[in-house]
Design a protein around this ligand. Structure first.
Ligand SMILES: [Zn+2]
Length: 247
């Protein structure tokens, strides 16, 4: 979860999207997880043995250590879910030839041992520094959402609208998450108030994958099967982003 100062849905009214289109997207999601991109991954045919060769990708599992993120109503907190998703995504991306830099690879505060340790925004500063020192092509932060209304479910994707270079990345990941997970669309949002999106120096996006306030999604996020599916969505989104030549 991130704590918004304001929220503006860049698609303005996801509720106004015709139901038939949502159903169509859902149907596509079951038959073609890539939404137009051929399925790839270990064991699957791929047009190139290493479609992401030469790409450097920062994966940023949110929170960690003493900061659990959202606790929610499920068996596992946000910090555990997003780390697992990130580590699965790392495997898929590396198998496709990418270099992956993790802002954390364990249940730790990423600022520990850095100049930002103990600072109020130290966790975030450390993540930004890791990204900016990595020579990365893209930055992908992974979170779970929370709402006081337990009926809320689905996917929300943030990028800084003042950094238009991040828009194609946000669009590709938003689409891949919706189709691969068959999830509700909670919007493509302005995240210009988020430090990790504002201060990173490469296209940057923050994914809110599922709501820990919803019993069904909170449970699913604790399972290896759903975590792998979310990782597959991130992988497919990055594949379509780089194949489109955006990166
Ligand atoms: Zn979070």
């Amino acid at each position: 979860m991130v704590k918004p100062r304001f929220q503006r849905n860049l698609l303005r009214a996801p509720a106004a999207v015709p139901l038939t289109i949502l159903l169509l997207l859902g149907a596509l999601g079951t038959s073609n997880p890539g939404g137009g991109v051929p399925p790839a991954g270990p064991g699957a045919p791929s047009p190139s043995p290493a479609p992401l060769a030469g790409k450097v990708i920062v994966l940023d599992p949110g929170h960690g250590g003493p900061n659990p993120g959202s606790i929610g109503v499920g068996p596992t907190p946000e910090k555990d879910n997003v780390l697992a998703i990130g580590l699965y995504a790392k495997e898929l991306l590396e198998a496709a030839g990418a270099k992956v830099v993790m802002t954390r690879s364990a249940d730790v505060d990423p600022s520990v041992g850095t100049p930002w340790e103990g600072q109020p925004t130290g966790q975030l500063d450390a993540r930004v520094a890791t990204a900016n020192n990595s020579g990365a092509d893209v930055f992908v932060s992974i979170h779970n959402n929370y709402n006081n209304d337990p009926s809320y479910t689905g996917i929300q994707v943030y990028y800084d609208v003042n950094r238009p270079e991040s828009a194609p990345l946000a669009q590709a990941l938003h689409q891949a998450l919706l189709t691969t997970l068959g999830a509700a669309d909670r919007g493509l949002m302005d995240g210009s108030w988020l430090k990790v999106l504002r201060e990173t120096r490469m296209p940057a996006v923050l994914l809110e994958i599922g709501f820990l306030s919803n019993p069904d999604e909170a449970y699913r996020l604790s399972t290896p099967a759903f975590r792998r599916q979310a990782a597959q969505a991130i992988y497919q989104g990055l594949l379509s982003y780089f194949r489109a030549g955006s990166g």
